[in-house]
Design a protein around this ligand. Structure first.
Ligand SMILES: Cc1cc2nc3c(=O)[nH]c(=O)nc-3n(C[C@H](O)[C@H](O)[C@H](O)COP(=O)(O)OP(=O)(O)OC[C@H]3O[C@@H](n4cnc5c(N)ncnc54)[C@H](O)[C@@H]3O)c2cc1C
Length: 337
């Protein structure tokens, strides 16, 4: 079992969770960040990496993906650690007021405070309605996200979907896998036109099989996936051998397990006190899109403000006897941890 020990466990590597690492670092608090997605950046990386944002102070215009990269650079001096691709499930409060946070894959994070920066909740994959799909989840051949492309080296893959994820991973995995078949129910793709063009070129070069106007309708195997049935819109069906099937039909956000933690909620968001963004459970804070209070605005800049005040609250919770004196970064620079 993986076990990590830190000062603050930040749940969510969106912009607000990442900036919280910076604010915590200024107070010499170490952070471990956990995200259910395989990459950092939250909605910015998952939904709109190429869109310009115009309301980040000091940046007249910044691409969402670039903002995430800048945040990662900004927190480098504090050496945060990350667990990516694992959803946080539960927590236990220990006798000394510290916490044990656990993920779906059994990683445990021992921490002195928890900052929930879970945004709209954890993104859950949209699963196609195929019988016995669940029998092949958990490493047995059906994957809803590509966490590590090496998993698929030299495999025969069937990818399904018509959006950016399906196109991007088809292009990337064409270099890694032995064989890639992309199945799409339509004839045109929803994803970026240049990615669709690249997939068509790979198909013409014989590097990708493209099956349009079709759906994957059955999965086959015996404990491990051996193949899938692809049914065309006109009803003709063919069985294809496959080591892995990757349906990429997008992700939907769900508050998920944090909704069951017994914290005071309102409209699927965690209620907080705006002095320090503490929740109804001492030592647990909530910042960014996941929290609610009178006047709440779901904006990145508001989340950054909340992160700064939350860290003051976490500092006091962790060090009840220490007094904190505000120091400007222009005077003190950025300390390292
Ligand atoms: C298309 C679009 C355009 C936008 N444009 C702007 C804009 O111009 N300006 C602006 O200020 N805002 C904009 N927003 C809103 C902005 O993206 C959000 O306010 C911001 O992403 C909130 O950041 P966050 O860190 O709170 O949450 P998120 O970015 O949602 O990140 C939360 C992370 O927490 C993770 N998570 C949740 N639960 C768990 C769990 N149990 N275990 C592990 N991980 C978990 C999720 O996987 C996710 O990665 C836009 C949003 C969209 C969709």
């Amino acid at each position: 079992m993986n076990s990590v020990s830190t000062d603050i466990c930040i749940i969510g590597a969106g912009p607000v969770g990442l900036f919280a690492v910076f604010e915590a670092g200024l107070l010499k608090l170490r952070c471990h960040v956990v995200d259910a997605l395989p990459q950092v950046g939250g909605q910015l990386s998952e939904i709109y990496p190429k869109k310009p944002i115009y309301d980040i102070p000091g940046f007249p215009e910044v691409l969402a993906g670039d903002l995430v990269q800048n945040l990662m650079r900004q927190i480098e001096p504090f050496h945060p650690t990350f667990t990516l691709g694992e959803r946080v499930e539960g927590y236990e409060k220990l006798e000394d007021g510290s916490f044990r946070v656990t993920t779906i894959d059994g990683t445990e994070i021992l921490c002195k405070a928890i900052a929930i920066a879970g945004g709209l909740g954890s993104f859950e994959p949209r699963k196609p309605a195929i019988d016995s799909l669940a029998d092949f989840e958990g490493g047995k051949g059906v994957y809803y996200m590509v966490r590590d492309p090496e998993t698929f080296r030299n495999q025969r893959l069937v990818i399904a979907g018509g959006g950016d994820s399906a196109l991007d991973w088809t292009i990337f995995l064409a270099e890694v896998a032995k064989e890639v078949t992309l199945v799409h129910r339509g004839t045109t793709f929803r994803g970026a036109a240049d990615s669709a063009e690249k997939v068509k070129n790979l198909h013409e070069a014989g590097k990708v099989k493209l099956v349009l106007s079709s759906n994957v309708t059955h999965v086959h195997g015996n404990g491990q996936l051996h193949g899938v049935t692809i049914t065309a819109n006109d009803g003709t069906a063919a069985q294809v051998e496959a080591d892995s099937f990757i349906p990429l039909f997008g992700l939907t956000p769900k508050l998920g397990p944090i909704g069951e933690w017994g914290l005071e909620l309102e409209d699927d968001a965690v209620k907080v006190n705006t002095v320090d963004y503490s929740t109804s459970e001492p030592g647990i804070f909530a910042i960014g899109d996941i929290n609610t209070y009178p006047g709440k605005l779901k904006l990145i800049l508001c989340g950054f403000h909340e992160a700064a005040l939350m860290c003051q609250g976490a500092f006091k919770y962790i060090n009840p006897d220490k007094k904190y004196v505000l120091k400007y970064t222009t005077v003190n620079g950025v300390p390292t941890l």
